[in-house]
Design a protein around this ligand. Structure first.
Ligand code: DGL
Length: 290
């Protein structure tokens, strides 16, 4: 894996760049299908960019794993993206963003963007009552990454977080509109809705795929926010700042690789997100040799 331990290199915006570098893909990863919600926002905002997406379906879900394991997964999948020539890495997974992004930023020679800060900014902009709910995986909730990111912007906001570990398997299974999923949502969200939040952060990139079911349960008094659009906007700003944006007239695209075959991946991507995924490649994860 090509990597540098120099945080200075990572943070410097002034490296001389050339056309060839700008044509390199944006590398995006998640444990499975969820990060496609971010890939869809990137496609919409940056249509000239090529996206190379890895869904780590061999090891989904990440949300119940330990911080050290999640960090290692992040390093290994980033190695796959760098091997594809990624010019920037988007960690389209809240769990990996919460637990692996600082290490990746320290280690890699390309910029790394996560989804926690974009989600936190969306929540701060949306809340009027200053009472925000966050749902995510167990690892994300235990990390308290959202509390930190929200309080870094506005320390007066009250944050209530709830882990919803059963939602990711239901989404990977494609049960987006299903009575069983509705029951699980009700069981997880009932105390939070009753606590008086006015904004709910979908703190897992899988959850926007359930936004219809979630919105219908929480009702119109609670605004649902997620990271996808803000994350895509941050990527656009960073590419411009680093002079790394693809030429505007180039037709971009989306290539997907998975680490294990998934029966429902294509169906969820195409039906729920309207994404044209095309052929999916299968790749094995290479152990990080660092
Ligand atoms: N979509 C991911 C997230 O945003 C990962 C979910 C999981 O694999 O548990 O947290």
């Amino acid at each position: 894996m090509t990597a540098s331990r120099s945080a200075k290199t990572q943070k410097s915006p002034s490296t001389p760049l050339n056309q060839k570098q700008n044509l390199r893909p944006i590398g995006v990863f998640d444990s499975g299908v969820g990060g496609l919600t971010v890939a869809a926002a990137l496609r919409e905002l940056l249509p000239a960019e090529e996206i190379f997406y890895v869904g780590d379906t061999a090891r989904v879900p990440y949300g119940g794993k330990s911080p050290a394991t999640i960090e290692r997964y992040g390093i290994e999948i980033s190695g796959m993206l760098l091997a594809e020539g990624a010019k920037i890495i988007v960690v389209a997974c809240n769990t990996a963003s919460a637990l692996a992004v600082p290490r990746l930023q320290d280690l890699l020679r390309v910029p790394v963007i996560g989804v926690i800060e974009p989600g936190a900014s969306a929540a701060v902009a949306a809340t009027k009552s200053k009472h925000v709910g966050v749902i995510g995986t167990r690892a994300t909730v235990q990390s308290k990454a959202y509390e930190r990111a929200i309080h870094a912007i506005d320390p007066s906001i009250k944050v209530r977080a709830q882990a919803c570990p059963l939602l990711v398997p239901l989404i990977e299974e494609g049960w987006l509109e299903d009575a069983v999923t509705d029951q699980v949502i009700q069981r997880y969200l009932n105390p939070m809705v009753r606590s008086g939040i006015d904004t709910l952060v979908l703190g897992c990139t899988h959850y926007p795929l359930l936004s219809t079911a979630l919105a219908s349960y929480v009702g119109s008094g609670i605004t649902l926010v997620d990271s996808a659009r803000n994350c895509a906007a941050n990527v656009r700003a960073l590419l411009q700042k680093l002079s790394l944006a693809a030429p505007k007239n180039r037709p971009g695209g989306l290539k997907v690789a998975l680490t294990d075959p998934s029966g429902s991946f294509l169906r969820v991507a195409e039906q729920a997100l309207g994404l044209q995924v095309g052929d999916i490649e299968l790749r094995s994860v290479q152990r990080a040799g660092m």
